[in-house]
Design a protein around this ligand. Structure first.
Ligand code: PAF
Length: 294
C-alpha cells in the first residue's frame, strides 16, 4: 500500500494517535533517515513492518548534524524514489518535514551524550552527535514509537542513541540492525553516489581489511598492532586518505587494555574506520563478540 506522506508535526501526531485509538494493542515502529534510501534503509523498514502494526519513516536532512565544511548543501535527494522504496518495504507513514517545521526558531536546547561521543566520528566531526541526539530526541517526542530501528554501519550512532534513550528514560526499544553491503562488500551508504568509478573500486579496501580483522585478532594482536596492520592495508590504495582507524569496546567505546591481546577481551569490540576517497568520507566497521575472537 502507498504510504501516507505527512509534512506537519501536528498531522503526524494526529495520524499516530488515530492508529493507537483504533489499535489499543498496536505497536509503532520508527525508522529515522535522511532519505536517498537504499537497501539498508529498506531492510530497517521491512523489519519494522514485520514487528509493528504501524511503521513511521522519517526523511529529514538535519542541518544540526553537519559541520560547516560538510555536505549538507549537496546531500543527495530523490523524493520520488524514496517513496517507492518506502512503499515497497512496507512503511505506512512517511514524515517529510521542512527545516522550518523542525526548527521554527533557533534551538536553545541541545542533547549532549558524553563519553561515547568522544572518540571515532565524535572526535573527527565536532558537534555531529549533539545534532544527531537532538534531532532524534525531537523525533522520538513527536512519534513516540515503541521501537526505533538503526543500522549498525553507524555503530557509534546506535551506541549514542541507545545511551540517550536509557539516560532519559524514553520507553523506546532501540533495535540495532546489520549493515547491508553490495555484493562486492562495499557497505551501502547514501554517500556512495559521490564516488568516481576509480574511488568506488579502491573503497573496497575498507570491507576487505575489516574481513581480515577476526583472523588478525585470533593471531594475538593488541589494539596498537591491529591498528597499524589495518592502516597499512588501507594505504595500499593510493586514493585512500585515512581519517581514523579505531578499536573500542562496545557499546561504551572505551579504549581496550593496550598491552593485552584483543582475543582476551571479555566485552564486544568495535573496529571502526573512516576514510576519505576524494571528497567522499566513508565509514565502515566490524563488531566482534568475545566468542568470535577467542
Ligand atoms: O543516520 C541518519 O540517517 C541520521 O543520523 C539520523 C539518525 C536520521 C538523524 O538525523
Amino acid at each position: 500500500m502507498t504510504p501516507k506522506i505527512v509534512r506537519q508535526i501536528a498531522e503526524l501526531r494526529e495520524e499516530i494517535a488515530a492508529y493507537r485509538r483504533g489499535n489499543p494493542d498496536g505497536q509503532v515502529g520508527f525508522v529515522p533517515t535522511m532519505g536517498y534510501l537504499h537497501e539498508g534503509h529498506a531492510s530497517l523498514i521491512r523489519r519494522s513492518a514485520g514487528e509493528n502494526g504501524l511503521t513511521v519513516l522519517s526523511i529529514f536532512v538535519n542541518p544540526l548534524q553537519f559541520g560547516p565544511n560538510e555536505d549538507f548543501d549537496r546531500y543527495p535527494k530523490d523524493e520520488r524514489r524514496d517513496l517507492a522504496v518506502a512503499s515497497s518495504a512496507g512503511a505506512n507513514l512517511v514524515f517529510m518535514p521542512s527545516v522550518e517545521e523542525m526548527y521554527p526558531e533557533p534551538m536553545r536546547t541541545k542533547v549532549t551524550v558524553s563519553e561515547v561521543t568522544e572518540r571515532l566520528c565524535g572526535a573527527s566531526r565536532p558537534g555531529h552527535f549533539d545534532g544527531v541526539a537532538t534531532v532524534v530526541s525531537k523525533l522520538f517526542h513527536i512519534v513516540q514509537p515503541d521501537r526505533a530501528y538503526f543500522g549498525l554501519k553507524d555503530a557509534q550512532q546506535v551506541a549514542v542513541i541507545a545511551r540517550m534513550t536509557r539516560d532519559l528514560h524514553m520507553p523506546i526499544d532501540i533495535v540495532p540492525c546489520p549493515t547491508v553491503r553490495e555484493e562486492d562488500g562495499l557497505a551501502l551508504s547514501s554517500r556512495n553516489v559521490y564516488l568516481t568509478p576509480e574511488e568506488r573500486k579502491q573503497a573496497l579496501v575498507l570491507s576487505q581489511s575489516l574481513a581480515q580483522v577476526p583472523g588478525w585478532i585470533e593471531d594475538g594482536m593488541t589494539e596498537a598492532e591491529l591498528a597499524v596492520r589495518i592502516r597499512g592495508r588501507i594505504r595500499s590504495q593510493p586514493l585512500a586518505d585515512i581519517d581514523y582507524v579505531e578499536i573500542a569496546t562496545y557499546p561504551d567505546l572505551k579504549q581496550p587494555a593496550p598491552d593485552r591481546p584483543l582475543r582476551d577481551s571479555n566485552v564486544p569490540l568495535l573496529v571502526a574506520l573512516a576514510v576519505r576517497f576524494g571528497k567522499t568520507r566513508l565509514i565502515d566497521n566490524v563488531l566482534l563478540f568475545p566468542s568470535e575472537v577467542k
